[in-house]
Design a protein around this ligand. Structure first.
Ligand code: 6R9
Length: 658
């Protein structure tokens, strides 16, 4: 498949879903909001001046010479400036007398806890920086981090940033092969890992996977191992080093050197349409400026009083930007949770909210739909009255899931912000500002101040209100990717070739009659039914709005009559029984009733699970293989590969539904 996202068919994206609900900002929030409506005008008048002002949120060792140098598609932000990301996240808060402030309340899955202040974090980061230096890591070397969700993961990232060694975090759920190919591409010199981590009540092995991945990769000189579970591990003398031996004995003093604003901060791999993952490169000054600003603006962060929780994995860009760099650069107090939401019981998330008095929570629609499936009675058992802002990220949030989140988690009181962004954008790009913008269920609403995002047609022309098309960014932004590691041509081809000088990374969107933006999923997933481009998102949202449906995934399959026909996979809510022909008919009629007959699925299959990536994105590509009766493509980035066997086994039953 070509790497540039596919074009849709003859017409623009159909706009089938009509949504009229809208929630104005809560009055108390609006009255005290960090950002007011004039930020949009200020930024529009002079975007570079706007971002220059935001850069002053950080401590710089040397002032930049220019705000932006733009040689499309290569940008340099704050060139000539120098700073240290680790100092900005840790030291400066301690120096300002906030050393005793809690940086993280960490909650392990088995129930063990740790509270880490900024002063403690500083000591640990410095010790780890010293240990990495002793292991031979120097500025510019890459360090791989393959860890569970424990404080040492953050500490290792900040230690790398401190010495200027770009980190490359690989999600702890990924396979040996996925880790291996990322080690090859980044040529990492050291791997930081743990013996294992806890997930679903079990200790899973990480060190064993690293052993296998590193066996034929002599470029990896050392493996630094945190003892987390206490399980037995194999040991290679000379190569393997225990964290508690290498780090604990180090001095907590480390003089941090300032790095160039454009010095690489990290590489984060994201899978494209081809097998070879892309190493997305982020640098220091612009990235930190935008994550710091967006974390403060979008979540209306009051660093003194808020308790912020991103319930996501650090191995996803959301964890990098909103567990680590955003909250720490703002001196916030965060919660970090190691495990799964159903261990040891399905109320675990809400128990965490109650225990720590979480005020701002950020999570993915996939989690929200799972909670819907488990039932309203579970969150109802906890006091969550502290919550004032709820964020969503990773996929379009279905209106029904938004309403559920708002009501059952936010008590119809908290503001919901649906935030659109990507690994490539580094930070939030399109989102309501909770004290300024109204929220509509399912809409990401407006580009943030200083962000030139737009929806365009085939020719790159802005679509009018009521139109659909491609989500693009017109102007460079501070936290934009600086390239694909080692492959500038692929960077140009992937993101900058579909439209001249516009950044396009694959999403479809529409602009409603009020000018607000709705994301409609990947244009690769768009279905062409009888000449109409129909987004999977809208059909999925229509299915989820049925009271018996918790989750759904929709794909287009070849059809002799309509070109493509809609095939849906659905997961029932806890109380819905087991499906059957009557329910399937009811659901098909329900979709036709909400979106029109054109969107009526040809076939609906009830399944127990859907194939998902680490960030909860549904892998529709695999469902298309199933719907077309083809052999499955690459499943290496699935969180649980047995899911596909379960779904394939269901197939013969589903035939009768047609
Ligand atoms: C942060 C993150 C990026 C893709 C993106 C889009 C989808 C993310 C979304 C959303 C609709 C939102 N996406 N947030 N779609 N509404 N609020 O998820 O990064 O893992 O790189 O994925 O996720 O399709 O292009 P990443």
């Amino acid at each position: 498949m070509a790497e540039t996202p596919q074009e849709p068919g003859h017409e623009a994206l159909s706009n089938l879903l009509q949504e009229s609900r809208s929630f104005p900002p809560p009055a108390d929030l609006a009255a005290n909001a960090n950002v007011t409506a004039d930020a949009y005008d200020e930024a529009a008048a002079d975007p570079q001046a706007f971002w220059e002002k935001q850069a002053h949120r950080l401590d710089w060792s040397r002032q930049w010479d220019s705000v932006l140098e733009w040689k499309p598609p290569f940008a340099k932000w704050f060139d000539g400036g120098t700073l240290n990301a680790s100092v900005n996240c840790v030291d400066r808060h301690v120096a300002a007398g906030r050393g005793d402030k809690v940086a993280y309340y960490w909650e392990g899955e088995p129930g063990d806890t740790r509270t880490i202040t900024y002063a403690q974090l500083k000591d640990e980061v410095c010790k780890t920086a010293n240990a990495l230096l002793q292991l031979g890591v120097t500025k510019g070397d890459r360090v791989a981090i393959y860890m569970p969700m424990i404080p040492e993961t953050v500490i290792a990232m900040l230690a790398c940033a401190r010495i200027g060694a770009p980190h490359m975090v690989v999600f702890g759920g990924f396979s040996v092969d996925a880790l291996g190919s990322r080690l090859d591409d980044s040529a990492a010199k050291v791997v930081v890992t743990a013996d294992g981590g806890y997930r679903r009540g079990k200790a899973s092995g990480l060190k064993s996977a690293v052993d296998e991945a590193v066996r034929d990769r002599p470029a990896v000189e050392h493996v630094l191992v945190v003892r987390r579970t206490g399980q037995e591990v194999e040991w290679t003398e000379g190569r393997d080093v225990w964290w508690h031996e290498a780090v604990d004995a180090q001095s907590p003093e480390h003089e941090a050197e300032p790095h160039d604003a454009e010095h690489p901060l990290y590489i984060m791999y994201t899978s494209g349409t081809t097998a070879k993952p892309k190493g997305i490169l982020h640098t220091t000054g612009g990235y930190l400026t935008q994550v710091s600003y967006t974390h403060w603006a979008v979540f209306d962060l009051k660093a003194e009083t808020d308790v912020f929780w991103t319930a996501a994995d650090i191995g996803w860009v959301t964890g990098h930007s909103y567990i680590v760099y955003g909250p720490l650069s703002n001196g916030a107090t965060s919660v970090m949770y190691e495990g799964t939401p159903d261990t040891p019981h399905k109320g675990r998330f809400w128990e965490v909210v109650q225990k720590y008095g979480v005020t701002i929570a950020y999570m993915a629609p996939t989690a929200i739909r799972t909670f819907m499936k488990w039932g309203d009675d579970i969150p109802a058992q906890y006091d969550m009255s502290t919550l004032r802002i709820l964020g969503s990220v990773g996929e379009p949030i279905n209106p029904e899931a938004y309403m559920w989140y708002r009501k059952h988690i936010g008590g119809d009181r908290a503001a919901v912000v649906d935030t659109w962004w990507q690994t490539e954008t580094g930070a939030i790009m399109v989102s309501p500002l909770p004290g300024v913008t109204a929220g509509k269920p399912g809409a990401a609403m407006r580009p943030l101040p200083g962000i030139g995002a737009d929806v365009v047609d085939d020719e790159g022309v802005s679509v009018p209100d009521g139109g659909g098309g491609f989500m693009v960014v017109r102007e460079p932004w501070p936290s934009m990717l600086r390239g694909i590691w080692g492959d500038p041509q692929r960077y140009k081809d992937t993101y900058w070739s579909r439209f001249a000088d516009l950044y396009f990374a694959g999403d479809g969107a529409k602009r409603d009659q009020d000018g607000d933006l709705w994301l409609l999923g990947r244009v690769d997933d768009v279905m062409l039914v009888s000449g109409h481009n129909i987004s999977t998102t809208e059909v999925e949202s229509a299915l989820v709005s049925h009271p018996k449906i918790a989750e759904s995934a929709v794909v287009g399959a070849t059809d002799p009559v309509t070109g493509q026909a809609i095939v849906a996979f659905v997961i029932l809510r806890g109380s819905a029984g087991d499906g059957g022909a009557d329910l399937v008919k009811e659901l098909r009629d329900h979709v036709a009733g909400s979106l029109g007959a054109i969107a009526k699925p040809r076939q609906i299959m009830v399944v127990p699970e859907l194939p998902k990536t680490r960030s909860g994105k549904i892998m529709r590509r695999l469902l298309r293989d199933v719907a077309e009766h083809r052999a499955l493509g690459d499943v290496s980035t699935l969180t649980d590969s047995s899911v596909m066997d379960v779904i394939s086994a269901k197939l013969p039953d589903a035939k009768g539904d047609e």
